[in-house]
Design a binder for this molecule. Sequence first.
Ligand SMILES: [Mg+2]
Length: 257
Amino acid sequence: MPRKLSFPTSSSTLSLASSAAGTPVTPTFSSTPSGLSSTPMSATPSPFPRANLPASLCDPSLPFPRLIVFDLDYTLWPFWVDTHVTPPLKINATHTGATDRTGEDFTFYDEVPEILAVLPYLNGPNKIKLGVASRTSAPNLARELLKGLHIPPTASFQDEEGSSSGRKSSALSKKKVAIDVFDGGLEIYPGSKIKHFETLQKRTGIRFEDILFFDDESRNRETEQLGLTMKLVIDGVTWEEIGQGVELWRSRRSRAQ
Ligand SMILES: [Mg+2]
């Protein structure tokens, strides 16, 4: 059955329509307030990249990881939070970035806010959990930034008939603080990420084989000895990297069966 994801914003609605045939998804924005319409309206300018999601992410008949974990520095944002950022941080009025004591600006890579908002819902009703594994020595500063930066409001999942207006209303009331999307947990402290993942696995109860990890440092591949899949990212997380990571995870999974 065709399915649709809606992402209500204060003035527009981001809708993603997908089909079981795996047709690439194109987000469109309508001017309908609060995302209460089940029919995409004419597109208006959007604050987010209009990604054509990789086809590998649009076919609900294919398997997805149950937990997707991200490193922070040079994976979700283009800096080292412990060496590049000088506190105190001042979050901007739109919660899209922060300025430190030296006047330098810090924010996510361009596609990251949209990815964090959409990714949990790509496997339909089987929500994908998100997590963080970072070895930064400035965990408090990292958390402060994740609390200050916002992402598009929580997405709701509905079928084509649009029978979930109640759920949409509750989604609208949810906060859109970035740190809140990491329902699998945040492990932020120096040291081998083996420990980070052992803790994430215990907390979520999700098998290592069902975990996909994005990180920019090859030394963290040591975590794969646990059984998870790590996708090395070159220049920050993008939809293309997410698609390649999910395909890598699927190829490992099919070999193991
Ligand atoms: Mg890193």
